[in-house]
Design a protein around this ligand. Structure first.
Ligand code: SF4
Length: 179
């Protein structure tokens, strides 16, 4: 077991990681299909920050950036919902996942000279993003969405033995780190 695998296996519960997998970057599936949803602005985040298209570049460029790293790590956190359709609860659980991702990203940054972290839905760290006038204020805390990079989590997760769906009253959040 490599040092990073050892650290993650020891810290998993403390970090509230639900499931995780290590893989080679060149096995990760990229697709223009997911990006098409971004381009249609389905989530309303298109062109609003440095973490979303068009700022992140084309899917091909994103794929190349990821493949500059040999390895990849995927993990999930699980949120059990009290109510089925409560936007405030969704937001709260997403922010919780972002804070888990930040802690995990820090572990990788401590171990590797360079790494690239992707998380869920885009960035809303700042009240008003600097995009496109000025550079990002927190490049170390800004995690583009896996979807914005063209990664099909729904396809990738089963290949890594990670559950995409954990039941009707749960949201499964995904993050990935390339290192
Ligand atoms: S950290 Fe702030 S400046 Fe950077 S992408 Fe996010 S919202 Fe924009």
């Amino acid at each position: 077991m490599s040092r990073i695998e050892e650290i993650i296996s020891q810290e998993k519960d403390k970090l509230y990681i639900h499931e995780y997998a290590f893989m080679k970057s060149n096995t990760v599936i990229f697709s223009d299909e997911v990006r098409m949803l971004c381009n249609k602005n389905v989530c309303g985040m298109y062109g609003t920050s440095w973490a979303c298209p068009p700022a992140v570049g084309s899917v091909e460029e994103c794929k190349n950036r990821c493949n500059d790293f040999e390895n990849a790590f995927m993990f999930t956190s699980l949120a059990k919902l009290k109510k089925k359709y409560d936007v405030a609860e969704w937001r709260e659980t997403r922010l919780l996942h972002e804070s888990i991702t930040e802690k995990v990203a820090r572990i990788f940054r401590d171990e590797f000279k360079e790494s690239l972290t992707l998380s869920t839905e885009g960035c809303n760290l700042c009240e008003k993003c600097t995009y496109p006038e000025k550079p990002c204020r927190f490049p170390n805390r800004m995690f583009p969405a896996t979807e914005s990079f063209g990664i099909m989590v729904i396809q990738q997760a089963p290949l890594c033995n990670i559950k995409y769906n954990n039941g009707t009253n749960a949201i499964t959040y995904f993050s990935m780190i390339f290192f």
